[in-house]
Write a protein that binds this ligand. Structure first.
Ligand SMILES: [Zn+2]
Ligand SMILES: [Zn+2]
Length: 312
């Protein structure tokens, strides 16, 4: 199971309909939080997102993306949490988050570690437990939003190929432990001394899923690279075409631009988020503009959950 739940989809400030940025990604029961705008903890309660999370990823430190971490950490402390938490963000994260952690609390009663990341970094290890991530990595990429912002791509590792029991039987391999070996891609030796390789019985390795989260950005090549073949691209679309210039001035994207990125990256699906307050009630205009370029586009709403299935 892999899904994302949008906790906040409004740019800059909350509206009645939409809170500021945050998104929960749930994979095999594990919850990762991307951004933590003001009020995120209440959105988590409202939409049933677990507080048992060990990592939060920040794309940059504009107020609408991180102020919620102050209250969230305090609540985690009140819940008698003892497990450490890891916060990731671009350069400056240590300074900004250290302030946020100290604000309004005597002391957070668990360890909070802040790690600064940059484009090209691959987060492979969970320092909280020192357990190697065995099924996916988080790739960090640079974005264009006026100084040091980053985005994140969760990339699952390749899965083993599909095992064909009929072919295994036809090759004379009896059901049992030998099938397990074949599934792992190993050759097996039968009772009569014959060797049977996995080739032809087990299909080619199958790709894992890729979910890309841009945070605030202009459309750019780094995002297109990071989103190559993504199963799900979550791209900001603060504005519509009529505010194209404003998007450029403020380091944001229009819905059409985000769709062009999705098209260039050959992504499977595009979800637009971080929309300006004027689209808070109806973002139909943004959907229309995006779909003219990239058909599989939707605009996120608070509380929307999107499942990311395997393609085979
Ligand atoms: Zn923002
Ligand atoms: Zn911003």
């Amino acid at each position: 199971m892999l899904s994302v739940t949008f906790l906040g989809t409004s740019a800059a400030r909350p509206t009645v309909e939409r809170n500021v940025s945050a998104m929960a990604l749930v994979r095999e029961g594990e919850t990762l939080l991307f951004e933590c705008g003001e009020g995120t903890q209440r959105q988590m309660m409202r939409y049933g997102v677990s507080f048992a999370l060990s990592e939060i990823f920040f794309t940059h430190f504009h107020a609408d993306h991180f102020l919620g971490v102050i209250g969230l950490l305090r609540t985690l402390g009140l819940q008698a949490r003892t497990e450490p938490i890891l916060l990731y963000g671009p350069k400056g994260a240590k300074k900004v988050l250290a302030q946020a952690i100290q604000l309004g609390v005597e002391r957070v009663p668990f360890e909070v570690e802040v790690r600064e990341v940059k484009g090209g970094d691959v987060i492979v290890q969970r320092a909280t437990s020192n357990v190697q991530r065995d099924a996916y990595d988080i790739h960090v990429f640079t974005t264009e939003h006026g100084g040091g912002s980053v985005g994140y791509a969760l990339r699952e590792h390749e899965r083993s190929g599909r095992f064909d029991p009929e072919k295994a039987r036809a090759a004379g391999v009896p059901e049992g432990p030998l099938w397990g070996k074949l599934q792992k891609g190993e050759a097996v030796e039968l009772a009569d001394g014959r060797k049977v390789s996995a080739e032809g019985i087990v299909g080619p390795k199958r790709p894992g899923r890729v979910v890309v989260f841009t945070g605030d950005t202009r459309p750019c090549a780094a995002v297109i690279d990071a989103a190559q073949g993504a199963d799900l691209l979550i791209h900001e679309a603060t504005f519509g075409e009529e505010e194209k210039e404003r998007a450029e001035e403020t380091g944001h994207s229009t819905a059409r631009e985000a769709a062009q990125v999705a098209l260039a990256a050959k992504a499977r699906r595009l979800v637009l988020s971080h929309v300006s307050a004027r689209y808070s009630i109806s973002a139909d205009e943004l959907v229309k503009e995006a779909r003219e370029v990239f058909k599989e586009s939707v605009v996120a709403k608070d509380g929307m959950t999107i499942e990311v299935p395997f393609n085979d």
